[in-house]
Design a protein. Structure first.
Length: 462
């Protein structure tokens, strides 16, 4: 049981007739399960009150509606809140956070936050009272929804927080109230809504302002954070700052990583002690992310040994670095690095480096699509990717979208296997692009639909 009618009535200060117990919380009747509490959220595009009957018919125990709505049948399962339903959801989410005595970790950053959240979550959920936020529910609606779904007995929770505007993480932080806060890094992602990277950094630090007094923030030791922001946190919260990365001054330091075909070895230095681990995840970015996850888990009270027993078996997520290996006749193969979920200058550079340094012989090809939400900087950042392709000696590229196509047009013609306006044109040409022993990395912004390229290739090989 997640919620009782008594709890909801007390927190929201509403009148509820009858007694019920909710086993889940929903904002979408398409995925609603019997026993859920439904919030009829409204937006410019839709009005959730239209779906109240659908929610009740599918087994919702109750529906939260706004004060200016009246159900035509006066069903007592419809609960009227004195403000908007989004306000109700945030208030109840704050109640969820308040009733939880466990440790809550809030993770934000430009790149790697979903991956580190999943790594930390894989450790936390080895305990029966661990919780990690779902999928990419990381905005001003998703974070409250995750808190509402967090069991009250949770001892360890990790919740991802994203943003693309000033003030979003401030709003999220007020609800989340993390004990531990983490900024994975600051890079040009979603920068279209900001004048520069300093403004992005300031927006990320909004979440840290809500870390509980005496808590800990964890920062990328290789990143450029302003000392003033860190000092302000220490002065106001009397908290601690822990750093991780390759920098010699990092508290949890990645000394080295060595890549092999299906694993890598890393060495980590902490308090004068060097430990070596073998990982299933390939590439420097994953090595560093695991060091960051280790730092988080140790601050939460876990021992390094128990953390690394879990993280050594961790594998990248679909669309975020998952590797597919297909054996073909005559000892041939095709290997796919699926980076298709999203793209930014920093994450694409990292993916290209991984492709270039993957220690297996074959025809290496980068299928790269436009990076979006870069605003006035979009042409410059796409041009920088061309420089990375040249520097890392990527043998071949296939481009999708006008921005990436334009940026790569000055490459030697022999490097360009294909230039496509959109993903549909690329997919149509795939039979002519693929060869045995290809090693392929596929990446682009989410709306570029590069996951369809991955799916098409996999369907042809399976």
């Amino acid at each position: 049981m997640l919620w009782s009618s008594v709890e909801v009535a007390n927190i929201l200060k509403v009148k509820i007739e009858g007694v019920w117990f909710a086993s889940g919380v929903s904002i979408d009747t398409r995925t609603l399960q019997p026993g859920d509490l439904f919030f009829a959220l409204t937006s410019d595009k839709d009005d959730g009150h239209k779906y109240i009957d659908d929610a009740l018919n599918k087994g919702a125990v109750a529906c939260i509606a706004s004060y200016n709505y009246r159900h035509p049948k006066n069903d007592n399962r419809v609960i009227y809140f004195s403000d908007s339903t989004s306000v109700a959801m945030n208030i109840l989410a704050m109640g969820a956070r308040k009733r939880c005595s466990g440790i809550v970790v809030g993770i934000t950053g430009s790149v790697g936050k979903t991956t580190i959240k999943d790594m930390v979550g894989s450790v936390f959920t080895t305990k029966s009272v661990g919780f990690k936020s779902e999928a990419n529910l990381n905005n001003t609606l998703g974070v409250p929804l995750n808190l509402l779904r967090m069991p009250p007995t949770t001892r360890f929770a990790v919740i991802e927080a994203g943003m693309n505007h000033v003030g979003e993480l401030n709003q999220i932080g007020r609800v989340m109230q993390p004990d531990i806060g983490m900024i994975t890094n600051i890079h040009p992602a979603h920068i279209a809504n900001f004048p520069n990277l300093d403004a992005v950094a300031a927006a990320k630090f909004e979440l840290m302002q809500h870390v509980k007094v005496g808590g800990t923030i964890i920062l990328d030791g290789d990143g450029a954070y302003t000392q003033a922001q860190t000092d302000t946190y220490i002065d106001e919260h009397k908290g601690k700052v822990v750093t991780y990365g390759s920098n010699v001054e990092s508290d949890v330091r990645l000394l080295s990583n060595s890549d092999f075909e299906d694993m890598q070895k890393i060495r980590i230095l902490q308090k004068g002690d060097v430990q070596e681990y073998q990982l299933k995840a390939f590439g420097y970015n994953n090595a560093k992310n695991i060091v960051g996850a280790l730092a988080v888990c140790q601050v939460a009270g876990f021992k390094a040994k128990e953390v690394m027993e879990v993280l050594s078996k961790w594998e990248p997520l679909v669309g975020r670095g998952k590797v597919y290996r297909y054996k073909l006749p005559k000892s041939k193969k095709i290997i796919i690095f699926d980076e298709s979920y999203n793209s930014s200058p920093a994450s694409l550079e990292s993916a290209l480096i991984n492709l270039a340094r993957y220690p297996v012989k074959g025809r290496k090809i980068a299928y790269i699509a436009d990076m979006l939400e870069l605003g006035q900087y979009e042409k410059n950042y796409h041009a920088m990717i061309k420089d990375v392709v040249m520097r890392e000696e990527i043998p071949y590229v296939v481009t999708v979208g006008p921005l990436m196509g334009y940026a790569m047009q000055t490459l030697p013609p022999s490097k360009i296997l294909g230039t496509y306006r959109n993903v549909d044109d690329c997919i149509q040409d795939l039979p002519h692009l693929l060869n045995p022993d290809d090693i392929i990395m596929i990446k682009g912004s989410h709306s570029m639909r590069m996951h369809e390229v991955v799916e098409t290739i996999r369907q042809a090989l399976e």
